[in-house]
Design a protein around this ligand. Structure first.
Ligand SMILES: CC(C)C[C@H](NC(=O)CN)C(=O)O
Length: 681
């Protein structure tokens, strides 16, 4: 017996391995594609930021809505195994379609590197994304539930470990996703999953269960309405009004599912905060310093998951249990929400620090102006009505001057005095460039937000007497100013050239700054030494490491909330509705994403830190509501309830046991048979 038990255990580990590796590969493919999706929208389809982010969030929301479809197909029709196989094929077709849509040569007849027919590429990529959403979302509830199905009722500890390992694989897949192409991994996902085919415990679908559930609920509501008079005796539960027509077992199962779904109502709020990691927090990082921005953003969450899940499972939860505290799943989820709220408080504190260092940008009714002087002497600049600035040659005004009107007149104390009228841009920042011939002074528009991704915006004013060529820039005419170019952090070299003459100019950049470099007429004679710099925007000074606490808190929250939610959704579902409840759980994520979309569309509070605090407070309020709901929730053992109802229906426990035994024996025979077949092959 000992030998055969060990053998069974080893066999189980083996086929669980196929399932978790399958999840690893699938997440690998999904996150690998998702990581480059916004870039594809921005730089291939040439969409603007807003459209790219909206479509991205809509796609993510769709990926977490389609699980309902997958669950219906699995529980009512194909069974989980076949659903996973077929929808994985749809998934792979989606990835191929998406890949084809990125080949610009298909419509680039004139070979200029730009597609000629954007509509074709957009249509193809949208089709690809829909297929991917259908594939990834459709299989998601089935894989988790299918994994759970491999365990027997008494194996609840192993089941919990399975879900933790399953979650680890999700995150290991997402962590490594950038290294291997997504396409290969969909194919390997399928192969890994099929490889374990002969070993799995496959539960059969029980007819069109979803349709029966809807009909049963509809009947209960109608029947309750028909018997609304007080002369009819009350029933314990409103679903009991379906007793006249529907099987008691089905009614009991629906009650279990509805109880859990009701509990899910407040949960999207957690995901609303969680999913802002990828939007608001990423933007916050671009206003900070530190050279690990992209690495931090894409890897910190999965790395923390890989560390925290084992720590929680092996250390924290057992320790809490040893202290005699009952840290039930719903309590864990509540604490998870509170951690996410704390993460947002931490983000607000970081934001307050950042705000102290941010430039004072103009409001929508204001205009800001700075003056740069490349004239040969110091100038006294008067900006009507009462702004007087003294600006050295090849220098600038100390900071931007803010005006609440747009029409200004500028006078220079040259001989004769030069006066010129300008109209400033409302809500904009501009620089008045005074060239060597001040009569042609002109306005140049400046950046009015922090350069993206911690880059630096730089431009040059040519005070040299002839055209100049600067590395990577078009040639600049005398007295002209280039447009901004974005440069990365670190040391950058520029070569300035005019005919045979040249000199090299080096500059070390930080993060998120903006500079105007003034090139004097002596530039070649002093080997670029005399180039002066005007700091239009200071580099970021709050270090990105300050974001680590908020990532740590939200990931701790995720481990408590999400891993537990996954286990809870499986354990509280009746056998024939496991995928449906998994889908319901994933839908809370979709709704959370939709809320992010709506919030982004509605705009933000004037202060970002206030918005973070608002979200934190909302989640605390929601977690209080959830804890009250959880207090009234009684954990159930679906199998026990089903057995009890069966017993009440007259099916003797012995018969049931016999039935189960027969099924188990059948399963075992089937597996042995397949094992023999495989060995023969
Ligand atoms: C809604 C899911 C549980 C999301 C999950 N994401 C992560 O684990 C991210 N740390 C996924 O399945 O991708």
């Amino acid at each position: 017996t000992l030998f055969s038990n060990k053998k069974k255990k080893r066999k189980k580990i083996c086929y669980i391995f196929f399932i978790v590796v399958n999840e690893f590969c699938e997440r690998f493919s999904y996150y690998g594609m998702r990581a480059v999706l916004v870039l594809y929208f921005r730089y291939f389809l040439l969409w603007d930021d807003d459209l790219a982010t909206s479509i991205y969030h809509a796609f993510v929301a769709l990926c977490y809505l389609t699980p309902i479809l997958g669950a219906i197909i699995a529980d009512s029709w194909l069974g989980k195994f076949k659903t996973i196989i077929y929808l994985s094929i749809v998934y792979a077709i989606g990835q191929v379609t998406m890949a084809i849509s990125t080949i610009h040569d298909i419509t680039d007849a004139n070979r200029d590197g730009t597609p000629d027919n954007f509509t074709f590429h957009i249509a193809l990529s949208m089709l690809g994304l829909i297929l991917i959403a259908l594939g990834t979302g459709g299989i998601k509830p089935c894989v988790a539930a299918f994994g759970g199905d491999q365990f027997q009722e008494h194996q609840s500890r192993q089941l919990n470990t399975f879900f933790s390992v399953f979650y680890l694989c999700i995150n290991a897949g997402s962590l490594l996703s950038t290294l291997i192409t997504p396409l290969k991994s969909v194919a390997s996902t399928l192969m890994v999953f099929i490889a374990g085919s002969g070993m799995y415990v496959k539960t059969d679908p029980e007819g069109n269960i979803m349709w029966s559930v809807c009909k049963c609920i509809g009947f209960a509501i109608k029947n309750r309405f028909r018997h609304r008079s007080s002369s009819y005796p009350k029933r314990e539960h409103w679903m009991d009004w379906a007793n006249e027509k529907y099987d008691k077992l089905l009614i009991a199962q629906i009650k279990m599912v509805l109880k859990v779904l009701f509990l899910y109502i407040p949960l999207p709020m957690f995901w609303t905060l969680f999913d802002q990691k990828g939007s608001r927090w990423t933007l916050q990082a671009t206003t900070m310093s530190g050279d690990f921005v992209s690495i931090l953003i894409s890897t910190v969450n999965p790395i923390l998951i890989l560390t925290l899940v084992p720590i929680m499972d092996r250390l924290i939860f057992p320790l809490i249990q040893k202290c005699g505290l009952n840290f039930s799943p719903l309590k864990r989820m509540t604490v998870g929400m509170l951690f996410a709220a704390m993460a947002f408080v931490s983000a607000a504190l970081v934001q307050i620090e950042i705000d102290k260092t941010l430039p004072n940008f103009p409001s929508s009714s204001e205009s800001q102006l700075k003056v740069v002087n490349t004239y040969s002497t110091t100038l006294n600049v008067t900006i009507s009505p009462n702004e007087h600035l003294l600006i050295e040659s090849f220098g600038s005004s100390a900071d931007y001057v803010t005006f609440d009107h747009q029409d200004i007149t500028v006078s220079l104390n040259t001989n004769p005095v030069i006066t010129k009228a300008f109209s400033l841009i409302k809500g904009g920042r501009q620089t008045l460039i005074i060239p060597s011939d001040p009569t042609v002074m002109y306005l140049k528009e400046d950046v009015k937000s922090k350069p993206r991704e911690g880059k630096n915006a730089i431009r040059f004013v040519n005070g040299y007497t002839a055209d100049l060529n600067i590395t990577n820039l078009d040639s600049i005419e005398p007295s002209a100013t280039t447009n901004y170019t974005l440069v990365n952090q670190g040391k950058r070299d520029f070569v300035l050239r005019h005919g045979e003459q040249w000199c090299e100019f080096s500059r070390k950049f930080g993060f998120g700054a903006s500079y105007t470099f003034l090139i004097p007429s002596t530039v070649f004679s002093d080997d670029c030494e005399s180039i002066t710099e005007v700091e239009d925007m200071k580099p970021n000074s709050v270090h990105m490491a300050l974001q680590i606490p908020q990532y740590f808190l939200i990931t701790t929250g995720e481990v408590m909330f999400s891993v537990t939610g996954l286990q809870f959704s499986y354990s509280q579902a009746p056998k024939n509705m496991k995928s449906v409840l998994q889908a319901g759980w994933l839908c809370t994520n979709a709704v959370g994403n939709i809320i992010v979309l709506i919030v982004a569309e509605l705009g933000k509070l004037p202060k970002q830190w206030a918005e973070y605090l608002l979200f934190a407070s909302l989640l605390v309020a929601v977690s209080i509501i959830f804890s009250i709901m959880a207090y009234f929730y009684t954990y159930i053992d679906p199998a026990e309830i089903e057995a009890q109802v069966r017993k009440e229906q007259g099916l003797e426990p012995e018969e049931m046991e016999k039935e189960t035994l027969e099924m188990e024996e059948k399963d075992e025979d089937q597996k042995n048979e397949q094992g023999v077949k495989q060995t023969k092959i």
